[in-house]
Design a protein around this ligand. Structure first.
Ligand code: SF4
Ligand code: SF4
Length: 56
């Protein structure tokens, strides 16, 4: 089970700065999680205002 960012993402960028592994990259078009870097800490899911970052 890894974390992914779904289509609901509004590209606010809040999660990227909260990822301790530096696994989240993106721009105003959208954000994505590098599954090779993600340690499944869950921080992105906690901060995402629209619940777009979640286990999938
Ligand atoms: S679960 Fe943690 S390590 Fe993985 S992308 Fe989210 S914030 Fe980064
Ligand atoms: S916090 Fe949520 S809405 Fe904002 S960029 Fe991350 S996944 Fe997208």
């Amino acid at each position: 089970m890894v974390y992914r960012i779904s289509e609901e993402c509004t590209a606010c960028g809040d999660c990227a700065g909260k990822c301790p592994a530096g696994a989240i990259k993106g721009d105003k078009k959208g954000y994505a999680i590098d599954s090779d870097k993600c340690t499944e800490c869950g921080s992105c899911a906690e901060v995402c205002p629209v619940a777009a970052a979640r286990k999938a």
